[in-house]
Design a protein around this ligand. Structure first.
Ligand SMILES: *Cc1c(COP(=O)(O)O)cnc(C)c1O
Length: 382
């Protein structure tokens, strides 16, 4: 079935635009700080949850965060290369990571096992450096961090290595697995308290940190000296209890508008056939740009002042939106908002996550390279 009418396509390269509102990051950090007396470590792993690690880091530091968190050391190097000299903690590295470089860059590293600590102490001994470490205890996820059986030997060895000047123990850390559930994670908190007591029995005392965003917002008993906040900075509250502001907006220009008769198939396969004659708009964003295919037939975008359903499958590079018989014109070049903070009725990352049965975290960290990225400075008027 051919299109009855095809309007002229927009000229130029159609490009989607990813706008990060650093003012939202600042606002979210203020909200989080109002919930805790602890220091805030801004977690900027995975490129600042897709928002730009350097931009989010600078904004957070300018608004009261006292340090930065990164998963891998490579992420820490990138912060240093950008001229950010605030304390950085990196917590997931192979045993043979470049511990000497970490010491030279004044990047602290989490220690999740005896094997890691031995490698760090040996690198320190050979190079004459002191590596700053945070001892990481598993409090119930069987994931990262030393198991309860390994923890005792780990803190004992760390105390000896500290006396020899090989390491400086600057933190005791854990990470809660159930903090986003109502009631929080009391078992995880208790496991952490036991681990702290074991460390203190061998003479190790250091700032303690356990809470991430959900616990920072809901469970003061977990805050200790420092909270590590990532998702909350960019507007995601895993506990679902506090209104934070999503910092990301994704827009895409309409490439083409066409009228189709009733019964037209839309996109690959037979998943969608138009029920009536209708007008369709083509947007140049698809799953390669991070739109989850699983959201098809539930998803919508804001276009021409209204939410319009995405119809047919989400392709790699494009989606089709049904404009219906709305007399308000939508033309090539008009901007559709795929998601944003929701101020004008546009979908949010939370909507997309619901439509795709995933987490908003996965939406923001899964965006492709193609969108042009730009950052609105904190303090700029929206
Ligand atoms: C990702 C992560 C955080 C931040 O968690 P959010 O829920 O995004 O605030 C804190 N600590 C560790 C160890 C992490 O991996």
């Amino acid at each position: 079935m051919s299109a009855a009418l095809t309007l002229a396509p927009a000229t130029g390269t159609p490009t989607s635009l990813l706008t990060v509102d650093l003012g939202a990051v600042a606002t979210n950090l203020a909200t989080i700080r109002a919930h805790t007396r602890a220091e805030v470590l801004a977690v900027v792993k995975a490129d600042g949850f897709g928002h730009g690690a350097v931009a989010v880091a600078r904004t957070a530091l300018a608004h009261g965060a006292t340090g930065l968190g990164a998963t891998r050391l490579e992420e820490a190097w990138a912060l240093r290369a950008a001229g950010i000299y605030a304390p950085v903690l990196s917590w997931l590295n192979p045993v043979d990571a470049d511990w000497v470089r970490a010491a030279d860059a004044r990047v602290a590293v989490a220690v999740p096992s005896l094997a890691h600590l031995r490698a760090i102490a040996s690198a320190a001994a050979h190079s004459g450096r002191t590596v700053t470490v945070h001892l990481h205890t598993d409090v119930g996820m069987s994931r990262d961090g030393a198991s309860p059986t390994e923890w005792g030997p780990l803190v004992a060895l760390a105390a000896r290595a500290q006396r020899r000047g090989l390491v400086r123990v600057a933190g005791l850390m854990g990470h809660l697995g159930l903090a986003d559930e109502p009631g929080g994670d009391p078992a995880g908190r208790a496991a952490f308290d036991r681990a702290v007591a074991v460390a203190s029995a061998v003479g190790l005392r250091a700032p303690r940190h356990l809470a991430a965003t959900a616990a920072a917002l809901t469970d003061p008993a977990s805050h200790h000296d420092l909270v590590r906040v990532g998702a909350g900075l960019v507007g995601i509250d895993p506990s679902g209890t506090v209104a934070l502001r999503p910092a990301m907006r994704l827009t895409a220009p309409v490439v083409q508008v066409r009228d189709v008769p009733a019964g037209s198939l839309v996109g690959y396969g037979r998943s969608h056939r138009t029920r009536t004659a209708t007008r369709l708009a083509l947007l140049p964003v698809g799953y390669a740009d991070g739109l989850p295919r699983q959201a098809a037939e539930r998803a919508a975008v804001l276009l021409g002042g209204r939410r319009r359903p995405v119809v047919g499958p989400i392709s790699m590079d494009q989606v089709v939106v049904d404009l219906g018989s709305d007399p308000c014109p939508v033309r090539p070049g008009d901007l559709a908002t795929v998601f944003g903070p929701g101020d004008d009725g546009e979908p949010t990352i939370h909507d997309w996550a619901r439509w795709a049965h995933t987490l908003p975290h996965a939406i923001v960290t899964g965006l492709g390279e193609r969108a042009t990225r730009c950052w609105l400075p904190a303090g700029a008027h929206r």
